[in-house]
Structure formats: C-alpha cells, structure tokens
Design a protein around this ligand. Structure first.
Ligand code: IPM
Ligand code: MN
Length: 368
C-alpha cells in the first residue's frame, strides 16, 4: 500500500464544505487503489487570522513543507477586507506559494459539453474550446520589491529574472508538446520592458522546442480574443498578474467558476485548489458546488500521486453526473435535478464506483 501525507487547508467561506466533500471522494479512491492518506488539517486565511492573528502560521507552513501535497479550499471574505495587507487572508495564500516555491500554476478551462448553456457566451463560440492557462506564480508584480503606499503614492515593482521566465516557459512547452498543442505567450512588450525581456527569454527557450508552435500576443488583445474565439488558444503562457486576470476570463468561458480546478507546482512541492473564491453569501448552507475541489483531487492524483487511471475515472465520473442533469444551484437550468454539496459528492462517488463495476465486468468477460 502506498502512503501519502496530505495537508488540507479548508480556509474560509465555502472552503470547509467543498473540502469535506472532496476528502470523502478521496477516501473512496484510496480504498479502491490501495492508497493510504495521512490527512492533516491546518487553518489558513481568515480562519487562521481569527485564531492566531496571522493568515498562515509557521506550523501550518511546516506541515505543508513536510507533505506530499497540499489541498486548499479558498481564503478571504468581507470580514477581513479591512485588515492591513500583511494580515489579509490572501497574504496567507501568497506566503504558501512563496514558501513552497510553487512557481507554476496550471489552470485548465475545459468545456463540459453538457454545460455549454451555462456560459454567457454563445454556444458555438465555446463548444470544443480547451484552454490551459500556465501562469507564473511566485514572481512579477505580486512579489516585486520595493512596494508600498502612503498618503501621496502607492507603488509595486514588476521584475522578472531570467531563470524565472525560463523555468515557466519550459513547463508550458513541455505541456503543449505532450498534447500536441501550441503556446501563446501573452505579454505587453509594446509598453513594458519586463515584457520585452519575457518575450526574448521565451523565444530563447523555444529553441529547444521547435516542434511546438509559439506565438506572442499582447494581453489586451488576448483578453478580447478569449471571448471572441477561445478555440484559437491551446496553452497560454503568461506572467503572474496577467495570468490572474486571464484565468478568470477563461473560467467564465466554461460557464461556472465552481467547475475549475488548479494545480500549483514547484520543484519539490505541490498544492491543489479550486479557481473559485469563498462565496461567503452561501457559506455553511450545503449549496456550494464541490466539483472544482473534487477536480483538484483528480489533478493531484494525476500529477503528484502518479495515479492517472484513478484521475481519469474521477473526471469521467464528474462528466457522467453532469450528463445526467444533476446540478448544484450555481449551474442549474430549468430542467436539471438540483442537489446539495453533499448530494453532488454522493452522485460523483456513485458514478465513480459504477465505472469500477464496468471495468471489473469487462475483466470478467475477458476471462471467460
Ligand atoms: C487567485 C486569487 C489570488 C491571486 C488571490 C486570492 C491572492 O485571485 O488565485 O487567482 O490573486 O492570485
Ligand atoms: Mn484570481
């Protein structure tokens, strides 16, 4: 039996609910694939601030550093909005990314055919689109020094080192190569020095990936092209701030923020979390959509735990449930069957176990 240590940071708002749902799913997957999970739960974000006056503690960070993978629900909420920058829930997340060295952020935005109507864009614009945003996550204007504000001015620094651009560019080219895709590197090289530098380095790295088509696009144009014709994109490679913005756009192409998982990967650590926020208006009501969190479990199974079959089965189970018209309220339409967070969890578990039966039945048939 393989054993993994996982630190979970449920966080704020709907974070704890979707985390519980996802851990129940993980439990079922573990039983089936003979994987043993040692789950440690720590506070993060506003929940951590309320208890310890810090958005993440040293001991929570230590637990993450000692884990095979970290699962994060969501952090933030109106309750903590007026705290100083250093105490804000978001700072806890940034600290995690920094301390764990999670420089590459993978945000897949794939359309579920059965949900095409949930997008605010026209169906024929979006059906068939499958975009992966690869966002640099530990550099750029999010972390640049100096930074600050007083009554007269506010400022941040946008700076990239060569090795930072090189390593994220490699991730993008490797990923695109694996799926026979192409890379669009998004920048603002017509205005920003840091972007001209980004572009030069990306092209240098591209020398080793001549088989992967590369094009450059200015970020304002990319925002427009994403809603005009998302199918032209495959892998989008971009800096921290642009990736933050563009990944919200790609999320809306799919129709619901509640659907999208993400992976943040570094040299030695990995963290998995939904792209969505804490949705405080529905927190604690068993209404939140757990699919992004469960999809994040699937990404963890595939990338860190090296269990591609389990990951594919889990993604298939999510798709089956959606095809059967089962929906949480955020993605419901007039003809769907509306379920709670726990209801969605149970449906996905059932669909997962059914594919198992299908697999073992076909094994039986082969034997006979
Ligand atoms: C995200 C979020 C974070 C970010 C916040 C919560 C710090 O918006 O993961 O996209 O800006 O990176
Ligand atoms: Mn964001």
């Amino acid at each position: 039996m393989k054993s993994f240590k996982i630190t979970t940071l449920p966080g704020d708002g709907i974070g704890p609910e979707v985390m519980n749902a996802a851990l129940a799913v993980l439990d079922v997957v573990g039983n089936e694939y003979d994987l043993n999970f040692k789950i440690i739960t720590e506070l993060a974000g506003g929940a951590s601030f309320d208890q310890y006056n810090e958005p993440i503690t040293e001991s929570a960070l230590q637990s993450c550093l000692e884990s095979d993978a970290v699962l994060l629900g969501a952090v933030g909420g109106p309750k903590w909005e007026n705290l100083p920058q250093e105490k804000k829930p978001e700072k806890g997340l940034l600290k995690l990314r920094e301390v764990l060295g999670l420089f590459s952020n993978l945000r897949p935005a794939k359309i579920f055919a059965s949900l095409a109507n949930a997008s605010s864009l026209k169906k024929d614009v979006i059906v068939g689109s499958d975009v992966m945003v690869i966002r640099e996550l530990t550099g750029g204007i999010y972390f640049g020094e100096p930074r600050g504000h007083n009554e007269q001015e506010g400022f941040n620094t946008l700076r990239y080192k060569k090795y930072e651009v090189e390593r994220i560019a490699k991730v993008a080219f490797e990923f695109a190569r694996k799926r026979n895709g192409h890379v669009t590197s998004v920048d603002k090289a017509n205005v920003l020095d840091s972007s001209q530098f980004w572009r030069d380095v990306v092209h240098e790295v591209h020398q080793d990936y001549q088989d992967v088509p590369l094009s450059d696009m200015y970020v304002d144009n990319a925002a427009m092209q994403l809603v005009r014709d998302p199918k032209q994109f495959d892998v989008i490679l971009t800096q921290n701030l642009f990736g933050d913005i563009l990944s919200d756009i790609t999320a809306m192409i799919t129709g619901s923020m509640g659907m999208l998982p993400s992976a943040s990967i570094g040299e030695n650590h990995a963290m998995y979390e939904p792209v969505h926020g804490t949705a405080p208006e529905i927190a604690g009501q068993n209404k939140a959509n757990p699919i992004a969190m469960i999809g994040s479990i699937a990404m963890m199974l595939e990338i860190t735990l090296n269990q591609p079959e389990a990951a594919h089965r889990l993604n298939d189970a999510i798709e089956t449930v959606l095809e059967n018209g089962i929906r949480t309220i955020d993605i419901a339409s007039s003809d769907s069957m509306i379920v709670t967070t726990d209801g969605m969890r149970d449906e996905i578990i059932r669909a997962f176990q059914q594919t198992n039966k299908a697999i073992s039945n076909s094994r039986e048939l082969v034997k006979e």
